[in-house]
Design a protein around this ligand. Sequence first.
Ligand code: NI
Length: 173
Amino acid sequence: MAIRDVLKMGEPLLLERSERVTDFEELEALVRDMRDTMEALDGAGLAAPQIGVLKRVVIFGFRHNPRYPQQEPLPLTVLVNPEIEPLSTETASDWEGCLSVPGMRGKVERHQFIRYTGLDQHGNAIRREVEGFHARVVQHECDHLDGILYPMRIADMRDFGFEDVLFPALPQS
Ligand code: NI
């Protein structure tokens, strides 16, 4: 088990585009570290570049997440080489946080309904149609693979602030 350091916004590597995975044998250790790190920090998701690995791998999922206490459980998912397709033009605006932007939250507009496809860590196909928070998490994590952090998507910077001010009831990171 290895909890890795999560790179913070300002680190140039977070702005890079990650490479597609071709060798699945080397994924096992990476996925294990990503999972340990995400769980240790109560993340809803984590992308490989956040621990300094520029590969198109994201993980997400939780039963109950103290950082997003009102959200339904998300199935623990490893998604490799993901693709996202919006299923309608409907969008929704909601608060997001990120382990690379600790202590902050911002309101971001995302597609409400998406289909995502990709592979699991063993190379098996994944294809899901999801909505709401699940769709939001997938869009947020996949953005990391293209070097995009959620603050870049905040339309009105008045919707950006410190977690302990915006949501004083949350456990503070
Ligand atoms: Ni993030």
